[in-house]
Design a protein around this ligand. Structure first.
Ligand code: AMP
Length: 414
């Protein structure tokens, strides 16, 4: 069974093709193993560079690479070019489009309606389009990806939506409700949470790596990439998360503010002539590490500037760490304790300093990081000392594999 995974973001489109047969499934549960298998083919479209164009990059499991820049921004046309490389030319890995059994999509917002992955029907498509009101950047890209696949592969190819919000859909009302008039909650203004595919899959892998049952663990997963969020996970279920109604909430991020006093927005609107679009840009693109340092949203550049004595880079970094420590601590009551802290995504997987500095602030929990193991950037094993009360892990997030797993499970359940 060949499963094509599409992960469409605001500025990029990542895709991969997994070639799976029944030998991959564990005998009992029709589930694929937690450990990912390498995809046969990986492709990406970068919509940001060069301006007005799209850059396609492809590589296969055999190591063949291909790249092309297309001066066209029509999504179906560019996606068609990308997918052509699956069955044509040097990067060909399947005979023709009919060899694709299922297409799985990461869909950012499924509201409260979609609490699990689902086959895409006209009704599901309409719901994804409707939820664009809550996720204006991502859901339209997800919707267009689904329509483009119908055009390219034909309407009969089964498609699956795997929602970033689904893992958080059962967080209790005390975590999901904002202290504003309840009528707004009834209209859908509530905490949804995001990065759910990543949080769920790294929680499952953490349990696997620790040789423990997920049902026995209290975890905080830290997804630290360009976007940053935490999830508090008790017995395999998310009980709270730091992103909220939108992916702007919670932690300080690369260029997003995270939580700020909402009164600041009123002040900027009333007294500084800001428009709604100005606020959107300020909070989503000009804040976070970038806004405070005045340099960059990329943590590597912030660290390099700190090494040259750049004071605002130091402040941005200190604030980033402080917010992580305080938000992790704020989730502890929801769990009643902590068995493991799990780091993932670009920063979480790679930054030895961020892990060390966050953990140093949590020593009051009895958490002790093994600095040698941390410095070696070991993955999938505990980075804590044997006497630590809390395990610490760095796990590579495998969203695409999680989407393939969801497709496989739906196919084997029906
Ligand atoms: P992601 O959104 O998961 O792709 O993460 C992207 C971010 O990860 C980048 O903006 C960098 O700030 C960060 N990152 C990637 N590699 C490293 C590294 N080796 N050290 C520190 N930060 C890194």
């Amino acid at each position: 069974m060949n499963i094509l995974v599409l992960n469409a973001g605001s500025s990029s489109q990542k895709s991969c093709l997994y070639g799976l047969d029944d030998s991959f499934a564990t005998p009992k549960a029709s589930r694929l193993p937690a450990e990912p298998i390498p995809p046969l083919w990986e492709g990406s479209i970068d919509w940001t560079y060069p301006a007005g164009a799209a850059t396609i990059k492809v590589k296969t499991a055999k190591g063949t690479g291909w790249q092309q820049t297309i001066h066209d921004r029509d999504q179906p046309k560019v996606l068609q070019q990308l997918l052509n490389t699956l069955w044509q030319g040097e990067t060909q890995v399947i005979a023709d489009p009919s060899a694709i059994a299922i297409v799985g999509h990461r869909v950012v917002h499924g509201g409260q309606r979609y609490r699990a992955s689902t086959w895409i029907t006209d009704e599901v498509k309409q719901a994804i389009a409707d939820f664009a009101e809550f996720a204006p950047v991502h859901n339209p890209a997800n919707f267009q990806g689904i329509v483009a696949i119908e055009q390219i592969l034909g309407p009969s190819v089964p498609q699956v939506a795997v929602f970033d919000t689904a893992f958080h859909a059962d967080i209790p009302p005390t975590a999901a409700t904002y202290a504003i008039p309840y009528e707004l909650y009834q209209q859908g203004i509530r905490k949804y949470g995001f990065h759910g595919i990543s949080h769920q899959s790294v929680a499952e892998r953490a349990a696997h790596c620790l040789g423990r049952d997920l049902a026995d663990l209290r975890l905080i997963t830290c997804h630290l990439g360009n976007g940053c969020s935490l999830a508090a996970i008790a017995h395999g279920r998310c009980v709270d998360t730091t992103m909220g109604f939108t992916p702007l909430a919670g932690l300080m991020m690369g260029a997003r503010s995270g939580d700020i006093d909402p009164g600041i927005l009123l002040h900027l609107l009333r007294h500084h002539g800001y428009t709604v679009d100005d606020l959107d840009r300020l909070l989503n693109q000009e804040s976070g590490l970038k806004g405070v340092s005045g340099l960059s949203n990329d943590l590597r550049q912030i660290r390099a500037a700190i090494a040259t004595g750049h004071e605002r880079a130091q402040l941005a970094y200190d604030l980033y760490i402080y917010r992580l420590r305080t938000e992790i601590s704020a989730l502890l009551p929801a769990l009643g304790g902590l068995d493991a802290l799990v780091f993932t995504a670009g920063v979480g997987e790679n930054s030895v300093e961020v892990r060390a500095d966050v953990c140093a602030g949590l020593a009051f929990l009895g958490l002790r990081l093994d600095h040698d193991r941390n410095a070696q950037n070991l993955k999938d094993v505990s980075l804590a000392t044997p006497d630590s009360t809390v395990d610490v892990l760095a796990i590579h997030t495998e969203e695409d594999w999680a989407i393939a797993q969801a497709c496989w499970q739906l196919a084997h359940a029906s």
